[in-house]
Design a protein around this ligand. Structure first.
Ligand code: PMV
Length: 319
């Protein structure tokens, strides 16, 4: 029987950038995100009896999932956990731009893992599944959880799970889409290049844990005015370390949208920008300011359209 899994991308409020040396795809620094309702990956999974290869399509296009690659490793880990030889036929679709810095890999791997685990009848906790998802895309581990989630590398283990938030935090994310195409440089390649060549990489590794801890505290206290500047600082520090290595994800429309966000603040609207490995600008604001933020972004040259998201559900199998 076909299993259908649903997951949403997440946007890091405190970003990770860079991996621990060695295997496991473990982030170098802790991160904390909000899962975005309204942007959705829908993934169908069937088990393939009597075949030797897995199959994967994303938006109808066949994607390589050879052993040793990211997806191949995730499939293999699931088989080992379930003590199964089964092969998977996975068909995934996104209702938002794919591989362009909107975290489609996060929702993609989260839906894939939840769907494949259900198809295998695997009895595993959400934390266990999230750590399997991390092998494919570290940020994916956070999309297994609703609302706010964190991924925290420790000495011997990695902690992943929900983050406590004060009641009444009416946070919204307005995404200014600036490009419908895929990004030029994947986050994995970008991270490697930055770790190797950016003079600011060590400063980023030293500073990111402080921003993560402060973001966590501000959310716990429900203090949006403390949260906003930290969110922006995290993104700007990450991109500063990238730019020093020639890894530039910004486009003219990215800077135009960021200028709009700063202008909104001058007008008394609490809006804060964050950008990932792509040109889009995600604006963290309050529910009551969404209309003003959307209007200002849509009037910004180069902004193609906006998407509005509230904190969303974690990855799940469709009933
Ligand atoms: O784990 P990846 O390959 O999806 O990379 C995520 C990188 C950022 O989105 C820039 C930061 C983050 O913490 O999500």
């Amino acid at each position: 029987m076909t299993v259908v899994a649903i997951a949403h991308p997440n946007i890091a409020l405190a970003k990770y950038w860079g991996k621990r040396p060695g295997a496991g795809n473990i982030p170098a620094v802790p991160s904390l995100s909000v899962t975005l309702a309204g942007l959705t990956t829908r993934t169908e999974v069937d088990l393939l009896p009597g075949t030797a290869e897995d199959r994967l399509t994303i938006n109808g296009r066949t994607i390589s999932c050879e052993p040793g690659g990211k997806t191949g490793n995730v499939f293999q880990e699931l088989r080992e956990l379930a003590k199964s030889e089964a092969r998977f036929d996975v068909r995934s679709t996104n209702d938002f731009p794919t591989a362009s810095g909107l975290a489609s890999s996060a929702s993609g791997f989260a839906a894939l893992v939840v769907g494949c685990a259900a198809a295998l009848g695997l009895d595993a906790s959400t934390e266990q599944l999230a750590l399997v998802g991390m092998r494919g895309s570290a940020s994916a581990a956070r999309s297994f959880f609703p609302d706010f989630a964190e991924l925290v590398p420790g000495d011997d283990t990695v902690r992943v799970g929900p983050v406590p938030v004060a009641a009444g935090v009416d946070l919204r994310v307005v995404v200014a889409v600036t490009d419908e195409g895929p990004k030029a440089l994947s986050s994995s390649e970008g991270m490697k290049l930055v770790a190797r060549t950016s003079m600011f990489h060590e400063a980023w590794l030293a500073g990111a844990p402080r921003i993560y801890a402060a973001v966590r505290e501000a959310l716990g206290a429900g203090d949006f005015e403390r949260l906003g500047p930290l969110v922006e600082e995290s993104a700007l520090a990450m991109h500063a370390s990238c730019i020093a290595a020639g890894v530039v994800y910004f486009q003219p429309a990215t800077l135009a949208a960021y200028a709009t966000v700063r202008r909104l603040r001058d007008q008394g609207i609490s809006a804060w920008a964050t950008m990932d490995a792509g040109p889009h600008v995600k604006v963290v604001t309050r529910a009551g300011d969404v209309v003003a933020v959307v209007a200002a972004l849509e009037a910004t040259p180069g902004v193609l359209r906006t998407l509005v998201a509230a904190p969303g559900l974690g990855a799940r199998v469709e009933a």
